[in-house]
Design a protein around this ligand. Structure first.
Ligand SMILES: [Zn+2]
Length: 200
């Protein structure tokens, strides 16, 4: 009984299977799809992966993904430089941008406090956030972490850390689906949570 394919096709299935959210069946489907796709389509995918690894980096200011640092958001004079919205991951920046409710800056932590996974405050991009607060322009920090246990722990930690520094610290209004991820909130719900933010 063959439990694995031979050579290259199995290598591709294994590679997709290691990616988040795909699983063994999805990995097999994608691998066979690519096997049947024309050579150009497969080459475009391989190029896109190589290009992202070669070009994409993290903004030295906010930690978001970008191709040049500072990123276009940090460098945009039309954005409100007095407000910083703190999020866990770059994809959360996209979720908040899609609401079209926010014109301030961002700060990407690169995760959330999670003792079970040995992630503590020192593993997150917090030192750079404190550095940004030395700039008197910043008047408000919005904590927009995921509505789950790790996000809640991180919100509590950051509000205790930041409140004594004389900056207004707010958090998203409740109403987001609890136990989930910001990216699963629809734009209207997230926009409302942002507009209805309250002091942390
Ligand atoms: Zn930036």
């Amino acid at each position: 009984m063959a439990l694995a394919y031979d050579g290259a096709i199995q290598r591709l299935i294994d590679a997709f299977n290691r990616l988040p959210g795909i699983g063994p069946k999805g990995a097999q489907r994608i691998a066979f799809y690519l096997l049947g796709a024309d050579a150009q389509e497969a080459a475009d995918l391989a190029d896109a992966i190589a290009e992202v690894k070669a070009k994409v980096r993290f903004c030295d200011v906010c930690g978001n993904v970008c191709e040049s640092s500072p990123c276009p958001i940090c460098a945009d004079p039309r954005r409100d430089h007095t407000v910083i919205c703190v999020v866990e991951e770059p994809k959360d920046v996209m979720s908040i941008e899609r609401t079209r409710e926010y014109r301030g800056l961002y700060h990407v932590l690169g995760g959330a406090i999670n003792p079970m996974a040995n992630v503590g405050p020192s593993d997150l991009n917090i030192a750079n956030l404190l550095e940004r607060l030395k700039d008197d322009q910043v008047k408000e920090i919005i904590l927009a972490l995921d509505p789950n246990i790790e996000g809640e722990a991180t919100t509590t930690y950051l509000s205790r850390l930041l409140s004594p520094l004389g900056v207004k610290v707010t958090r998203l209004a409740s109403g987001l689906p609890v136990g989930s991820d910001l990216e699963y909130a629809d734009e209207i719900t997230l926009g409302r949570a942002l507009a209805g933010r309250r002091e942390a």
